[in-house]
Unconditional design. Structure first.
Lengths: 481, 221
């Protein structure tokens, strides 16, 4: 067994073992720390993949595309687990959760990490489907963990829409297998992604077209694309905040990654439908819809959930436009959005705890009452709204300008929608962060390390990107073409 | 056994599944709905067993056995117990009238046949019809989830979608074992849903009528 395959195995085994240990461990105080340790070990293994990778097998594969996703996923997974340790201890003190539920929560967190890592690493399209389903189910259970009526409704809605999406995706997967079978032959090869891409040119285009429609709708539900987004704001608002951070930062990416895998199969077949226009339409619809919806939000977590729909729309739009520049910008935008949005949710989680509410009308003057928290939130909102000097400004700029060169009309719509979203976010930020503080105000007992780490990374990305990273992302962007 | 007979019987089961999906749509009592779902699962397990025989793929017998034991026996029994314990065995409240639902169902079947048959011309006759029927079952399951507001009906609608997916997966000859893993997985889904959600909903609301949940939306405009 080579070092590379050992590392890949470790990325899957550590979360699985972690889940088992955390489920059996009776002491709730160690739980949070152990969760962070397991996540850190997974991150360390993922970093090794940058230099050492195994040859693709029938089930697992490490290539230039998924390494980016895996490192991002394990990094945010680790920082979220650090945040979660302080957040969840507070929930226990406040009596929102019992120790038994806490054990369940920590075990589920690792199961979720396992599901996402498996989905990213899988070479087999069927295995990828199973992993995405596992990750979905875990988050359904976690969204409902507070057992309030609103949390149950959110979980139920998420379950229904998510399972319908996943059923459509499986049907699409079966169709892909059928298309491949007549060329590659029966058996595992006809589901291995690496084999599919090589032979995609000879597949029956009609079958591929139909399968892509199902796959885009199926996995698109999980990405939160309009009009399949209805589960997303509820699930973000009612679940524990670390889960909102993981949902926005990671799970949406995993689903998008699945769409990208199938998009490259489609692109490899000249006779098949071009996947671009479909993705551009869904992406643009999501951006426009979400940016308008931002105005009427009253709940702080819902506000940022709609912002996630907007940003996933931007990324889908960029990948739909295609071309090296748009792909590059899309990939970078996705990475930076994950970092920024999870940092914002870390802040929001602490804010909701110190103020005892998620209603934005009851939260005011955070920069005066909790300076660190308030200014971190302000910085996060500046980043997510796409203002310089943060990294998301650069990526949005790249996406809009590269679109301008090819489809000016679309670029105008996208640019306007981005401005509308910016207006909404600043309107809200003004109320939240400035003015006279009032209402309940507990001291913040928070670890600001995860927030600071994410925001610094986003800031640095906006000012200076390491040349190695740029050439890596450019290489991946060409691969996606 | 001639090829034609094998084909006809496979057709019979797949067509039968679509028929039972229609029967699910017009049930107006909870017990009737659960029994019809048991029949749905029975037909799907027969269909899978037949595919196992004609494709010479013994591993599909496992899928058939799982469908038979879990979906046709264990889950219906559990649902009966839940329904009796919660006292909701009386009528099912439809969102859309039964006649309209049936008409929409017929439209969906026509749609799936029109979509699938021309496209799958190269996929082989057996897979071709199976896929058209499977898509019909999936769409009818979706329709059921939309047209019924009761949580138990929605879970049954979801499980009938799973049955349609099994039909499609077994019709695609030689699809690797991953599908069986996923099928076992979806049964787990059904169990989780029944076990956790129904009881949680019951604890809080004294009802499993999803409609009432909407009053608790986290945000009023």
């Amino acid at each position: 067994m080579s070092a590379g395959s050992l590392v890949v195995a470790a990325i899957l085994v550590i979360p699985a073992l972690g889940a088992a240990v955390l489920a059996l461990l009776p002491d709730d105080r160690i739980g949070g720390r152990l969760n962070a340790v397991a996540s850190f070990l997974t991150l360390a293994c993922a970093l090794v993949l940058l230099v050492e990778r195994p040859a693709p097998g029938p089930f697992l594969i490490v290539d230039d595309l998924n390494v980016v996703f895996i490192v991002l996923s394990t990094l945010v997974g680790f920082t979220t687990s650090v945040f979660s340790a302080s957040y969840i201890a507070h929930e226990l003190e406040a009596g929102h959760l019992t120790p038994a539920y806490l054990r369940f929560y920590h075990a589920m967190y690792q199961v979720l990490m396992f599901g996402m890592n498996l989905a990213l690493l899988s070479n087999n399209v069927g295995l990828m489907w199973v992993a995405v389903e596992l990750a979905t189910l875990t988050t359904v259970l976690m969204v409902g963990i507070y057992r309030t009526p609103a949390a149950l409704e959110a979980a139920w809605k998420y379950f229904l829409l998510g399972s319908v999406g996943i059923a459509l995706a499986l049907f699409g997967t079966i169709l892909v297998y059928l298309a491949a079978r007549s060329v590659v032959g029966e058996g595992l090869d006809a589901m291995a992604w690496s084999v599919l891409v090589q032979h995609a040119a000879q597949f029956d285009p009609a079958l591929l077209n139909l399968s892509f429609v199902f796959l885009l709708l199926g996995y698109g539900t999980k990405v939160g694309l309009v009009p399949l987004h209805a589960w997303l704001p509820d699930a973000h608002a009612e679940g524990p905040t670390p889960i909102s951070a993981v949902l926005s930062g990671l799970l949406l990416n995993v689903a998008l990654f699945a769409v990208l895998r199938f998009k490259s199969i489609m692109s490899a077949n000249p006779a098949a439908l071009a996947p671009g226009p479909l993705m551009v339409t869904l992406g643009l619809a999501s951006v426009v819809f979400a940016s308008l919806m931002l105005y009427r939000r009253q709940d702080i977590k819902r506000l940022f959930a709609y912002s996630s729909i907007e940003h996933m729309g931007i990324v889908t739009f960029a990948f739909g436009m295609g071309g090296t520049l748009a792909n590059f910008a899309g990939l970078l935008h996705m990475t930076l959005h994950s970092l920024t949005k999870s940092a914002i949710f870390f802040c929001v989680g602490h804010i909701a705890q110190v103020k005892g509410t998620q209603r934005m009308a009851d939260i005011r003057g955070l920069t005066a009452s909790h300076p660190v928290l308030g200014w971190s939130l302000a910085l996060g909102v500046v980043a997510i709204a796409g203002l310089p000097p943060m990294g998301l400004f650069m990526t949005e700029f790249l996406i809009v300008t590269s679109t301008f060169a090819r489809e000016p009309a679309l670029a105008v719509i996208l640019g306007l929608a981005l401005l509308v979203a910016l207006g909404a976010l600043f309107l809200r930020l003004n109320g939240l962060a400035f003015g006279d503080p009032d209402g309940r105000s507990d001291p913040a007992k928070a670890s600001f390390l995860p927030v600071a780490l994410h925001l610094v990374l986003v800031l640095v990305a906006g000012i200076w990107l390491p040349p190695a990273l740029v050439s890596w992302f450019q290489h991946v962007a060409t691969l996606l073409n | 056994m001639t090829g034609q007979l094998a084909f006809d019987v496979a057709h019979l089961f797949a067509g039968g599944l679509v028929l039972v999906s229609f029967m699910l749509l017009y049930q107006d009592r909870m017990t009737g709905l659960i029994n019809t779902f048991a029949l749905h699962a029975l037909v799907v397990s027969l269909s899978v067993a037949w595919q196992a025989a004609i494709q010479d793929a013994p591993h599909l017998y496992i899928t058939a056995a799982i469908a038979l034991v879990v979906k046709a026996v264990v889950i219906p029994l559990a649902l009966h117990r839940i329904v009796v314990r919660l006292g909701i065995h009386r009528t099912i409240e439809p969102v859309v009238g039964i006649g309209l639902t049936m008409l929409a169902g017929i439209g969906l079947v026509a749609l799936s046949i029109m979509v699938m048959l021309p496209i799958t011309a190269q996929a082989g006759t057996l897979a071709r019809e199976d896929l058209a029927f499977a898509l019909s079952v999936i769409l009818l399951g979706l329709l059921m989830m939309i047209a019924r507001r009761n949580a138990v009906s929605q879970v049954i609608g979801f499980m009938s979608i799973e049955n349609g997916l099994i039909l499609a997966a077994t019709g695609a000859k030689g699809m690797p074992l991953v599908v069986e893993i996923s099928v076992a997985f979806s049964i787990l889904v059904a169990l989780i849903v029944i076990g956790i959600f129904l009881f949680r909903i019951r604890e809080r609301f004294e009802t499993v009528d999803i409609h009432l949940l909407h009053e608790h939306r986290g945000e009023q405009p």
